[in-house]
Write a new protein. Structure first.
Ligand SMILES: CCc1ccsc1-c1ccc(O)c(O)c1
Ligand SMILES: [Mn+2]
Ligand SMILES: [Mn+2]
Ligand SMILES: [Mn+2]
Length: 261
């Protein structure tokens, strides 16, 4: 639904806080650390420093305060003692915080030590696909323009990458997931974007072929079928009168916070 000015202000705060969790974690994300330790650090920071609530904890029974998806894990990796980060790993850390009743949802790829050129390229192309989609967001555009832009960009990257279809972006606000659903591939969703709408774009790109498999044991972890790596980046966005505002932007990013058309 369309947010009021007061709600938009709360979304700005939640988005900034979510981005700050990723920024706070960065110095800790290095070879030898476990994803469980990172989760503990994040949980402590959210609850004791930010006064935010981790939205993923106990969400449909998810047991931790963030998702950590390493290499060929597509999404929903569970922080654990067994996952020790090592040289060459690419890791998505996905955080959603709740502040004053409103959600901020964002994720980035962390490259551990020396990462291969092909894995660096997967991460970079995935981030660029998110940025291309963000640049399409403005009043009067459609939800379909987003996935169509991602697919066009991935096709033009002359790679054999595939776009994960089973998981998508989503409206966000007082709820973690709201309308609309935002798929990351070419589609004809004619839902019109309007000022005050908030949603995420969170493309998952596989180095290999399309398709995912769910870990039956933990009921959460999603893997690529062919064991090749997968990358994901996510931002929470606000449709403005003239374009888009990126509510979860980090200092390190080159894309501007406001894009006006
Ligand atoms: C782990 C939280 C969760 C549980 C079921 S879907 C989901 C999830 C994880 C990351 C997200 O960005 C998202 O929108 C949903
Ligand atoms: Mn997320
Ligand atoms: Mn999300
Ligand atoms: Mn991955």
């Amino acid at each position: 639904p369309i947010k009021t000015a007061e709600e938009i202000e709360k979304m700005r705060v939640a988005g900034r806080l979510a981005a700050e969790v990723l920024e706070m974690l960065a110095p800790h994300v290095k070879p030898g650390v476990t994803t469980r330790e990172l989760d503990d650090i994040a949980h402590k920071y959210m609850t004791e420093v930010q006064g935010t609530t981790p939205a993923t904890l106990n969400y449909h029974g998810f047991p931790k305060s963030m998702c950590t998806s390493i290499n060929h894990v597509v999404c929903h990796g569970i922080p654990c003692d067994e996952d020790v980060l090592q040289d060459g790993d690419i890791v998505n850390i996905d955080v959603t915080v709740i502040k004053d009743g409103y959600h901020g949802d964002t994720s980035k790829m962390f490259l551990i030590g020396e990462v291969s050129l092909e894995d660096k390229r997967l991460c970079r192309v995935t981030q660029e696909s998110l940025y291309h989609a963000i640049k399409k967001v403005k009043p009067g555009a459609t939800v379909g323009d987003i996935g169509t832009a991602i697919q066009k960009f991935i096709k033009s990257s002359n790679t054999r990458y595939s776009i994960v279809k089973e998981y998508c972006g989503h409206g966000i606000g007082a709820s973690f997931h709201e309308d609309p659903q935002v798929v990351h591939y070419k589609n004809n969703d004619r839902t019109i974007l309007k000022p005050g709408m908030c949603f995420t774009i969170e493309p998952m790109i596989n180095a290999g072929k399309y398709g995912t498999v769910l870990d039956e044991d933990d009921g959460w972890t999603v893997y690529t079928i062919d064991g090749k790596k997968s990358a994901q980046w996510e931002h929470t966005l606000l449709v403005t009168e003239t374009g888009v505002e990126i509510l979860t932007l980090r200092e390190e990013e080159t894309i501007p916070r406001h894009i006006n058309h």
